[in-house]
Design a protein around this ligand. Structure first.
Ligand SMILES: Nc1ncnc2c1ncn2[C@@H]1O[C@H](COP(=O)(O)OP(=O)(O)O)[C@@H](O)[C@H]1O
Ligand SMILES: [Mg+2]
Length: 133
């Protein structure tokens, strides 16, 4: 099995590194180049949220298996301010920064599995999975 890759997010260039790590692992796991791009895009969005809202945190990408299925898991973790209303944050167009508000709902659509756990004052964790088809 391939080892998990952890990328600290604290500067703009770290988003690119996380994106590349995701794409590279997805390629190694046999995802199509289209899916590699979709995964990289989802990673960009959650990494950017870490940078903007929490200022620092980490992205962990790793291979997962479920019986015969192979997939990729992406965890975005921070100890930032957290999200007051998770349901609202997942709606298209909702943004507390007057930006597009498509990051979380977009990432959710790009991946097969998406879970957002957040606690105000504690931090935010996004766990996403995509299975190879
Ligand atoms: N890691 C995070 N920590 C705190 N708040 C977050 C985080 N990620 C997202 N949010 C909140 O969820 C909202 C929606 O996020 P998103 O869909 O990416 O849209 P946008 O970043 O364009 O505002 C953000 O405006 C912000 O309030
Ligand atoms: Mg965003």
């Amino acid at each position: 099995m391939t080892a998990d890759v952890k990328i600290q997010i604290e500067r703009e260039i770290d988003i690119i590194a996380a994106r590349q790590a995701g794409r590279q692992l997805a390629g190694k796991l046999g995802f199509s180049s289209t899916d590699q791009t979709l995964i990289a895009t989802a990673i960009s969005e959650v990494a950017r949220n870490i940078l903007i809202y929490a200022h620092h945190g980490e992205i962990v990408v790793g291979a997962i298996e479920d019986g015969p299925r192979t997939g990729i898991q992406v965890i975005a973790n921070d100890e930032g301010p957290g999200i007051e209303n998770v349901e609202l944050a997942l709606r298209d167009g909702y943004s507390t920064k007057n930006s597009l508000g498509l990051g979380l709902p977009g990432a959710r659509r790009l991946m097969d599995d998406f879970a957002l756990a957040s606690e105000v004052g504690r931090g935010t964790r996004v766990t996403m999975k995509k299975w190879r088809r």
